[in-house]
Design a protein around this ligand. Structure first.
Ligand SMILES: CC(C)(COP(=O)(O)OP(=O)(O)OC[C@H]1O[C@@H](n2cnc3c(N)ncnc32)[C@H](O)[C@@H]1OP(=O)(O)O)[C@@H](O)C(=O)NCCC(=O)NCCS
Length: 144
């Protein structure tokens, strides 16, 4: 793509009728489609999609959850993906900005995601788009 009309990118809430299309795209590499599909919908779904001239070019799958002590509402970001040939045109940033605006409307103050500490590339990406290491620790228990 030589020139890119950013204004032609439309960001909107994901609806249940979008779910099959979203989980089927080969560029997002969704491992368990049934699980991802079952987590969509309802008033706590906070997922958005990006369309360019009607083509699905990106999405963010996220959900408002209540966690911790005291229980606090946060926006848990499960997956953000942009169609490879449309990457580095600001679509991911547009999706995150729209999600942040939506959280603000709801009075949710934090968007949170999980990244492996060894994944330097993904850590850099999330830091570039405004995320920082959390003061919340993940505690894992192995299941034998
Ligand atoms: C990560 C991803 C969603 C970014 O989407 P995008 O639309 O290309 O991102 P943007 O164009 O909005 O980039 C915003 C900024 O993020 C940073 N960035 C984007 N892609 C990056 C990458 N691959 N590595 C490091 N930083 C990156 C840059 O600072 C960029 O700003 P710049 O282009 O002015 O330098 C996209 O690369 C993708 O779908 N990757 C595969 C799926 C994935 O790894 N998802 C994250 C796990 S949930």
């Amino acid at each position: 793509m030589d020139s890119f009309e950013k204004n032609a990118v439309k960001i909107r809430r994901l609806t249940l009728s979008d779910v099959d299309t979203v989980i089927s795209v080969d560029w997002a590499k969704i491992p368990d489609k049934e699980m991802v599909s079952s987590q969509r919908g309802g008033r706590f779904d906070a997922s958005f999609i990006a369309e360019f001239h009607g083509i699905l070019v990106g999405f963010v799958l996220s959900r408002i959850i209540y966690v911790g002590r005291p229980m606090t509402g946060i926006c848990q970001l499960h997956l953000i993906a942009v169609r490879p040939e449309y990457q580095r045109h600001g679509i991911g940033a547009m999706l995150l900005d729209r999600l942040a605006a939506y959280c603000k409307e709801l009075g949710i103050q934090t968007m949170r995601t999980i990244v492996h500490e060894d994944n330097a590339e993904l850590l850099k990406y999330f830091q570039d788009v405004g995320f920082h290491p959390s003061k919340i620790l993940n505690l894992d228990r192995s299941v034998e």
